[in-house]
Design a protein around this ligand. Structure first.
Ligand SMILES: [Zn+2]
Length: 402
């Protein structure tokens, strides 16, 4: 009997160890990825978009102010400052008892501009990120999306539809759509794989462990392209940083935490996906100028942990006019679309959401188009291997050829 029990225990230990092997191998692969990223980034090309200054930041962040988060202002400000972010567009949840846009971060703290946005619901299930937030946000849930957008626009605010799959109405009066969110990406990941990655890879490579889960949100992009082929629409990627996924053996009400870890600290999340916004040179970065540049679509989403995307550009030239992302240009005798990225990558050009053409691996890609439409570009770092040949490094805002 003893012998059988001993054998069973040994067998169990052997099985448990064998199960770990693929995750130890994944840790080794992430180490290799780290080296590949370093060597890719050693060969950077730089170029500025003439007439514009680029600012990088994070959109969609929460603190404990709006619930569902344990994050403090202090942690968030430090993470934004330490990561060199020019801006953070906050999206506090609304509260029935107080105005989270008035009590939230708004203005420059250290080196970073904070915009007091909010995340709100409409009665038909529509979800929106508002910039700036509103003192009346708690009552917005009584309005359907159409009525809410009318009110938002009358007040000069910007509304970005997030969780686009949740929308139950056909209303598309919003100004933008969040086509990627780390939170959604994490929710769509395999929890079994994730648990062992947290044990084996996360302690050494927190950001890159996240990065191996990056996926292209095909369904969100399809929804975006369907609307953007009909009207101008800002494209954004969000962090949806909550700082609420921590697990501790010992924790108390004074905030002491021992023997545990947190997987979504702001300092980690703020390094993954960022928005880069272009302001006309000489324009100071303020809440108003940032929102205005976003409204004009002068922005792109960059998965900066794979390589700093600063310096990316996408422009159009019809022989008489030149336009950058968000711009409209006349078709005339044809339009040349120019894409440039600081790292060698594969550019894929889409027209009204349909893949039109793609480049070989290069810093630059030019194509001529002879049809009206909404054109945008995605860039891929194929050299990093799977999943990065399928998950974009950069997603631009469109240029509208009329
Ligand atoms: Zn959120």
């Amino acid at each position: 009997m003893k012998k059988i029990l001993g054998k069973s225990v040994l067998l169990l230990i052997a099985v448990l160890l064998a199960v770990q092997v693929p995750f130890i191998y994944r840790r080794y692969k992430i180490g290799q990825l780290s080296n590949k990223i370093a060597s890719l980034n050693a060969d950077r090309a730089t170029r500025e978009t003439p007439g514009y200054t680029e600012y990088k930041g994070v959109m969609h962040a929460h603190t404990s102010l709006g619930g569902h988060s344990t994050g403090t202002f202090e942690e968030l400000i430090k993470a934004a400052n330490d990561n060199g972010l020019n801006f953070v567009a906050m999206t506090e949840h609304y509260d029935l008892n107080y105005d989270t846009s008035a009590l939230g971060l708004n203005g420059v703290y250290g080196k970073t501009l904070f915009v007091n946005g909010q995340e709100v619901d409409a009665s038909d299930g529509g979800r929106y990120l508002l910039f700036p937030g509103s003192p009346e946000s708690a009552s917005f849930g009584k309005l359907d999306s159409k009525a809410l957008m009318e009110k938002i626009h009358a007040e000069g605010r910007l509304a970005v539809n997030n969780y686009p799959e949740r929308k139950t109405s056909d209303n598309t009066d919003f100004d933008g759509m969040e086509v990627y969110s780390l939170h959604i990406n994490a929710k769509r990941s395999n929890p079994f794989t994730a648990i062992f990655d947290v044990i084996w890879s996360f302690p050494t490579y927190p950001e890159l462990t996240y990065a191996t889960y990056f996926r292209r949100n095909d369904d969100y992009l399809r929804r975006y392209d369907a609307v953007a082929s009909q009207k101008r629409l800002l494209l954004t990627a969000g962090a949806d940083a909550h700082s609420n996924k921590g697990y501790y053996l010992i924790a108390d009400d004074e905030g002491n935490r021992h023997f545990g870890f947190k997987i979504d600290q702001y300092k980690v999340i703020f390094r993954l996906v960022r928005m880069h916004v272009l302001l006309e040179s000489g324009t100071p970065l303020t809440r108003e100028t940032l929102i205005e540049a976003l409204r004009k679509g002068r922005a792109f989403a960059g998965f900066d942990i794979l390589g700093d995307t600063s310096g990316f550009s996408f422009s159009a030239d019809n022989g008489t006019e030149i336009r950058i992302m968000g711009g409209e240009i006349k078709l005339a005798d044809g339009v040349k679309l120019n894409s440039f990225a600081p790292l060698k990558c594969r550019f894929v050009v889409y027209r009204n959401g349909v893949r039109l053409n793609e480049s070989t691996v290069s810093n630059e890609y030019r194509i001529e188009v002879n049809e009206q439409g909404t054109y945008r570009v995605e860039a891929y770092l194929d050299d990093l291997g799977s999943p990065f040949d399928q998950a974009p490094w950069i997603v631009s805002n469109p240029i509208y050829v009329r």
